[in-house]
Design a protein around this ligand. Sequence first.
Ligand code: CO
Ligand code: ZN
Length: 363
Amino acid sequence: MTPDSKPHADFRDLLEALCHVWGPSGHEDRVRALLLELIAPHVDETRVDALGNLIAVRHAAAGGAKGTGVEAPRIMVAAHMDEIGVVVTHVDQDGFLRFGPVGGILTGNLIGTRVTFEDGTVGVIGAEKRADQAKAPTLDELFIDVGADDAAAVTQRVGDMAAFHHRLDWSGGRPIAPNHDDRIGCVMLVAALRRFKPGPNTLVAVFSTQEEVGTRGAETAAYGVAPQLAIALDITGAGDTPKAPPLALKLGAGAAVKVKDGGMIASPALRRLMEERAQAAGIPYQLEVLTGGTTDARAMQTSRAGVPAGAISVPTRYGHSPSQVIDLADVQAGVDLLLALLEGDVSGLLGSGLTGSGMTGAG
Ligand code: CO
Ligand code: ZN
């Protein structure tokens, strides 16, 4: 912790900036523009690929791995820019918008939730009368009320997306926002780029697109980057609320080192190295086994001929709801752990990448 009067002041500032930017899946332009501004002074190269991923390279120290002239290991670290939301499927006669999901929407969370469209229009989600009011509504029992008296007064069109209304509050020192998933991963990656000291490894930071609809941005980014090691930064669950499903993750107890989730088994060697580095540096961590869900790590792990991959996660209460809660101590631990990995020797874990494999079309 810095001697700053406000603990985690950097994270607070970055979060304030990033949580207020609109960016449902496939519409990450504003998030990307802000990130580009934030990282430009701290990277050697940037590019944007066809899916909109922002790819930034921070080269290893001159001379390559251990000063041997051999190309330094390429480590891809991904955080996704997109957030969950809704998409207009139909505007009814009375001016109510019917919608479908963009990513994993939990209908039980939605009644009374405010959503914001790209042009700033705010709507509120309402529900039809249902036979069993105690049950979560289905998507087709819900609508968005944008204050229009009839269809003619509606400016939204089929295909327009909305995100949960952006608002960042603080409760007991913990930030609450609808899009910690995964702006907090972006915050961590920006913070890591700011602190990164060139050493034995090249860091390829990828701010990815369309994670919430199936880790699609990371898929093409990983193909293009062809990393030898890959790490995702994302949220996970927490099991520390009343009658929570059993989950050994607690807010404030440290960075979550992924062992497994619904889509992948993290590379055991990478997971062990994360634990070793955390122990050596006194960084608090906890092990993550999540039964559902996955992250960009899955897409990176299965790209090309396969890449050793893992994830550093931030325990989160009420994930995919309009009020996600995290603890900045876990964010701090995650950045510290990421840097301990990036700045140390990882040569024992590397996948082949493309070097010397005789593959054609590499690049
Ligand atoms: Co998510
Ligand atoms: Zn996420």
